[in-house]
Design a binder for this molecule. Structure first.
Ligand SMILES: CC(=O)N[C@H]1[C@@H](OP(=O)(O)OP(=O)(O)OC[C@H]2O[C@@H](n3ccc(=O)[nH]c3=O)[C@H](O)[C@@H]2O)O[C@H](CO)[C@@H](O)[C@@H]1O
Ligand SMILES: C=C(OP(=O)(O)O)C(=O)O
Length: 434
């Protein structure tokens, strides 16, 4: 076990290049199972979730190798099994993304329960509904067995909620199902769009990419491709907040500006102004963060929602930033029941946060934070603690950092390059953890 030891109070300044999108890389890796041909992926984030997905694919019999720091080549012609390894499946939520490709290509997928962040109940129903609509048979015990011995059938399907991974599973399955499948009430997050663009390169035709109705004109054979994974808008949002709370001046390179519109709008409401310079995003230094009230002086709210609304994965980050903004704001995390519980750790550091109910927290700022020992319960809570620690007085220790390593590549190294005082050390102190 390792921990981070952080001395706060240094403005994070310089130039930062975002990693590839974690939640894009995971389905895109799964999609390599849809073809016998080689697929070469670049800008793949070197994070533990990606490593687990690659191990799962290799365990099924595909050849997968890193051919550069962030480049992976995969050839799935040797796939011999359709039973996922239990231990690896339980490491990540995205293991369930292998269901769509395996079912479409081999007519069978045996899926142990997936893992992922423990931030509330996470349904698999929209995935199963999509597979059923495509003609699969489902046996659901603790594990899930999906079969379609005579192949899948194109369909017109309405999802009961715009689930990100279920949309991705449906897209992958439909791409290898001849005929036109319509997916309605689909999710349209940047990573869903990125996967769809990759499937088009592999030979499917997809109308409506970026909208909530996609029509997939599937084929009986998909080919290889080269694909560069788009920048991680959640990581970019995290670094915008880090610069904001420390007063640093940051240039974030090579973004997809369209993916940042809502993040910039909501962060501006919390007092952080940013400028686009071509595709680079500039965060001016030394900003005094002041929350803008709603018209009439009413209490403002930050609430998440399916794309293009504010992403659920940035609510913890927005909350950490709000502790340093003048004013008060309600953070409403509509999706996960447990995601806001980590806020007691920020309270320990000195933040003024009142939990109203499992989904809503009132944050009053700015509060001067001071270093403490805390544990990271999930990936985004871990980043929220890093944000708090880097603007706190004194030393903060963050334990359970494998949660942060799940989604942020070499985070300590990249923060140090911007001036942060952060060390990764062996954690011998878990008994004193909060
Ligand atoms: C590996 C991966 O890609 N994981 C992401 C994926 O999980 P995952 O695909 O498991 O999450 P789902 O989209 O299925 O989430 C369940 C449902 O919550 C609802 N909903 C969604 C967003 C929101 O802000 N409020 C809300 O209420 C939607 O109706 C959605 O269908 O999408 C989630 C929502 O973006 C992210 O938190 C996860 O990081
Ligand atoms: C919740 C997240 O990840 P996962 O869905 O992989 O658990 C996240 O990226 O914030």
């Amino acid at each position: 076990m390792e921990k981070f030891v952080i001395q706060g109070g240094v403005p994070l300044s310089g130039t930062f290049t975002p990693a590839g999108n974690k939640n894009g890389a995971l389905p895109i890796l799964a999609a390599t199972l849809l073809t016998d041909d080689e697929v070469v992926l670049s800008n793949v984030p070197r994070i533990s979730d990606v490593q687990a997905q690659i191990e799962l694919i290799a365990d099924l019999g595909a050849r997968a190798e890193w051919i550069g720091d962030n480049e992976v080549a995969i050839r799935a012609e040797g796939v011999a099994r359709t039973d996922l390894d239990r231990r690896l499946s339980e490491r990540i939520r995205a293991s369930f993304l292998l269901a769509g490709p395996l079912l479409a290509r081999y007519g069978r997928a045996h899926m142990p329960p997936p893992g992922g962040d423990v931030i509330g109940r996470r349904r698999l129903d929209p995935h199963l509904d999509a597979f059923k609509a495509l003609g699969a048979t489902i046996e659901h015990d603790r594990d899930i067995l999906l079969t379609a011995p005579r192949g899948l059938t194109a369909c017109d399907f309405l999802m009961d909620e715009p689930s990100v991974m279920a949309t991705e599973n449906a897209l992958m399955a439909a791409a290898l199902t001849p005929g036109s499948t319509v997916i309605r009430n689909a999710a349209s997050e940047p990573h869903v769009q990125d996967l769809a663009r990759m499937l088009v390169k592999m030979g499917a035709q997809i109308d409506g990419i970026g909208s909530n109705v996609m029509t997939v004109h599937g084929v009986d054979r998909l080919g290889g491709c080269e694909h560069r994974i788009g920048p991680d808008h959640i990581e970019i949002g995290s670094f915008m907040a880090l610069a904001g709370v420390t007063g640093g001046e940051l240039l974030i390179k090579d973004t997809y500006p369209e993916d940042l519109r809502m993040v910039r709008l909501i962060f501006a409401r919390l007092g952080l102004e940013t400028e686009l310079r071509g595709n680079d995003l500039f965060v001016p230094g030394g900003q005094k963060l002041v929350i803008t009230n709603d018209a009439g002086g009413y209490q403002p709210k930050v609430e998440d929602g399916p794309w293009p609304a504010f992403p659920a994965d940035l609510t913890s980050i927005a909350l950490a930033m709000a502790t340093q903004s003048e004013g008060s704001v309600i953070i409403h995390e509509k999706m996960f029941e447990n995601r806001l519980f980590f806020t007691d750790k920020l309270q320990l550091l000195g933040a003024a946060i009142t939990i109203c109910d499992p989904h809503r927290a009132l944050v009053v700022g700015p509060r001067r934070l001071r270093g403490e020992r805390v544990e990271s319960p999930d990936i985004r809570a871990g980043m929220a603690m890093l944000i708090a620690a880097l603007c706190a007085e004194g030393t903060t220790e963050i334990g359970n950092i494998r949660q942060i390593d799940r989604g942020y590549e070499r985070i300590d190294e990249r923060l140090r390059a911007l001036g942060a005082r952060i060390e990764r050390v062996e954690d011998g102190d878990r008994a004193h953890a909060h």
